[in-house]
Write a new protein. Sequence first.
Length: 503
Amino acid sequence: MCGMASAESTQASVHEPDPVRPTQEDKVAAAGSELIGGPLGRRAVLGTSWWTPVRVIALVAIGMFALGLVQKAPCYNGAWFVGASSQYTHACYSDIPHLYQGRGFADGLVPYFDKLPGDMQYLEYPVLTGVFMQVASWLTPGSGTIQAQEQWYWMVNAGMLMICASVIVVCVTRTHARRPWDGLLIALAPAFALTATINWDLLAVALTAAAMLMWSRGRSLAFGVLLGLATAAKLYPFLILGPLLVLCWRAGKWREFGTALGGAVVAWVVVNGPVMLFAFEGWSKFYTFSQERGVDFGSFWLIMAQNSDDPLSTDTVNTLATLLMLVCCAGVAVLALTAPRRPRLAQLAFLIVAAFILTNKVYSPQYVLWLVPLAALARPKWRDFLIWQACEVAYFLGIWLYLAYTTSGDAHKGLPTDGYHWAIGLHLLGTLYLCVMIVRDIFVPERDPVRRSGDDDPSGGVLDGAKDVFVLGPAARPARHAAAQFDGPQVEWGRHGATGGSL
């Protein structure tokens, strides 16, 4: 199947009933499978048990999520409520219990409409996340001490977020129909378990994963609606529309893109419109706070600021970060239009979200959740995934130890500033490493684990196996790029489909 000669001939292989077995094509997966009896044999009978891949992966994900809850136990049992540094030395911090009272939920205040006491006058989260937080507060018993209520609030949110985590792994497992076991990358991702209950990001991640599943099934409107809802919960999902635009441009799928864009806009307006009309000041707090917020944890901007006698102003950083992001967007667009074979949607989606993370002025540890499902779809290679995850776990520990150092007074328990800078560097390098691997896969499709198995773009929906109608540069010509130096199956994706619009 690795020797497929064209995108057209791939169409039948997309529907090949036999799933790809990672233990047969991935050395790390094969080695890891020894823990449960070794790789699946070629004579194994598949599809005859209740234990389907999606069920197994969902149960593994729930188990890992539960381990993540156990990791927060020292905080649940007291570190959230006693002193400042204990929750950092145990690396179990979460925003959730602190914001129950800090954002007025304990007092029955209505998000966006009622002003809050203190410096933060309104809830600084997008509307759909605010609704999620509000629903959790309604399910939290209002009796007992404030500590007991905050514990309940965290547990209620944890239960709701576990549902989101299950949705994520199920959607990713079903997006690449022939590669269901790639969902284990998410289920077993250590950074996913460690950061799942720090904040409410899993809501947006779940909606984005569901949107990607809908697009893979050719349901453009459902994709748009879900992506609009995801953007109403967190800002980053709208970035995926950029790669989708250039891919649809290259394939001439303008109607499908227009349907998706329209669905996203309508869904976003339906959620945000009422709050915009009746509580504009509260609604806009998320956007004004993001703009006014200074350089913060996890970014290379922080390293620059802490090593400068005259750090850049917030306005300057905003401008420079925006320019860097625009450059990255332009780079992704050029990559999409000039690659020898049209890149897969998941590949460009990962690159654009990673670019936002790398150039942003803040990187909270839970932001890794944005990338984990996209990484499983874009580069389902255990070695590279685990290298990246190791860097993210190092950052997860680094930020809490740094905060322990800064909040422990003269005791200085934890990681000093220079050590924290190394942790930031590991996070940046790990993310860049995965980006480089994905870009290499785009230019040399023979190295792409998905395309090596004979597929074109199983998460691409109408883009899967489609002919190109607009390409630029080398993509317009049949010349091969670096394939001659590759010792392995030759996948001829780059030779077909360019029918016009080339330069």
